[in-house]
Design a protein around this ligand. Sequence first.
Ligand SMILES: Nc1ncnc2c1ncn2[C@@H]1O[C@H](COP(=O)(O)OP(=O)(O)OP(=O)(O)O)[C@@H](O)[C@H]1O
Ligand SMILES: [Mg+2]
Length: 279
Amino acid sequence: MAKLQEKIELKALISGYCSEKGISKADFAVKANVSEATLSAIENEKWDKISVAMVKKLQSFLKSETTGTLYETADFVAVMRACDAAKEHHLMVGLVGDTGTGKTTSLTAYSRNPNVYRVTYEKSMNPKQFFTSLLKEMGVDFAGNIYSMIGKVADELNCKEKPLLIIDEAGKITHPVMLYLHDLREKTKGNCGVVLAGMPYFREHLKKAAARGKEGVSEFLRRINVWHELAGLSVGERRFVVKDHGITDPEKVEELLHHEKFGELMNGIMLEKIISEQL
Ligand SMILES: Nc1ncnc2c1ncn2[C@@H]1O[C@H](COP(=O)(O)OP(=O)(O)OP(=O)(O)O)[C@@H](O)[C@H]1O
Ligand SMILES: [Mg+2]
């Protein structure tokens, strides 16, 4: 049985999320893939109608939309600025950084803002599934052929105030999806910003494919107005994060300072904490 306290907390988290993002409960239902009846039961505290599995599903959705403690590192601030610029000036920005440099974390934080839509491209998605997930992210339950889906996304984006579309794992998008994104960009470029985030190979692969003359790649590449590459953590930033986690043993601190990427540093800190708790 999920505890009553957990359900009450869930209600507050959902309301907080909706008001922060400026979306309705109906939008939330589509985004989280639950029925409006479920949300209404939560709203009216009809707890007997909310199963343990539903509590877990909603908790896991909210977790994917939330970050833990955030450090305002130079990379983090640069991602926030890149998103602001893309949103304000309807730019298409390419954001690249090695694995674990904090792309997803920073973009997740930014996507708590209204009219910001973040989707993660998954290798197993076909183009229709990608656009379905994008429409769901916008609170729209819509099915149709790919042409009408792109049209629907464009219509939705064009009636919003300075919307921003964030596509994470963009280095994995397939050639057809890239061509469809080109169409979407053409239909929305007067109103919508785009951030495409991926590993450094995202930019390299596009450049190589463009040089080979692969259909549509040069045109897509030209439409990326600016690229930004994440730098990794400075030694000062690493030292701050390590200290903030209560690690003071000089030998251990020195060891941890070798990790330039956030992901590696956090993994090292976590392992260090597990080991020290076991001793
Ligand atoms: N600004 C930040 N504040 C706090 N923790 C952070 C921050 N940026 C990154 N992290 C930590 O580093 C880990 C790795 O970051 P993240 O998953 O965002 O990297 P990524 O660039 O998206 O990597 P990948 O390319 O593998 O998806 C996160 O799980 C988080 O613990
Ligand atoms: Mg990531």
